[in-house]
Structure formats: structure tokens, C-alpha cells
Design a protein around this ligand. Structure first.
Ligand SMILES: [Zn+2]
Length: 90
């Protein structure tokens, strides 16, 4: 699952996870992720995982939301090009 990646210009290797009401995007390298508001995923990839990033990726790989108890996510898939354009900006 975590091998299905798209690389953005900040070095993140992005994977999309479907959740019941939204799509989460996570970086397989540093573990930053976004659901509604992108924050760290708009910054340059750190190139390594902090503890929180590693925990988020472990939960996503297990089909669990990184912070919401009981919310399941689907298998990771390559990030969609249209959404990637929004993250990359002008
Ligand atoms: Zn990253």
C-alpha cells in the first residue's frame, strides 16, 4: 500500500486514503498528513519521520484515521493529479 506514491515538488511522496467523509493525504517519507487544511504538507519534506509522523503512517497503513478513534480509511492509492496541482500552487 505505501509503495503507491506520487512525488510532489517539496519532496513529499504522497498517498491518498479514502475515509467515510473525506480523503486524507499523507507523505510516506516524513509522515505529515492533511485532511481538510494542509499545513506541514505544504512545507518542504523533512526527509525523515518524527514520532508523530511515524505514528500517523502506522495507523493509516492499518486502515485507521491518524487522530479520530473508530474512523476507518481505505487502502492508500496514488495521489490524484488534480489535487496535486492544488497543493503545488502557482
Ligand atoms: Zn514528506
Amino acid at each position: 500500500m505505501l509503495s503507491l506514491l506520487a512525488v510532489d515538488r517539496r519532496g513529499h511522496q504522497l498517498i491518498a486514503f479514502e475515509a467515510p467523509t473525506t480523503t486524507l493525504v499523507a507523505c510516506a517519507v516524513c509522515g505529515c498528513w492533511a485532511e481538510h487544511l494542509p499545513r506541514n504538507i505544504l512545507l518542504q519534506c523533512a526527509g525523515t519521520k518524527e514520532r508523530a509522523g511515524a505514528q500517523a503512517l502506522a495507523k493509516l497503513a492499518a486502515g485507521r484515521h491518524p487522530t479520530k478513534v473508530g474512523v476507518r480509511v481505505g487502502a492508500g492509492r496514488p495521489f490524484e493529479p488534480v489535487a496535486r496541482l492544488v497543493l503545488d500552487g502557482p
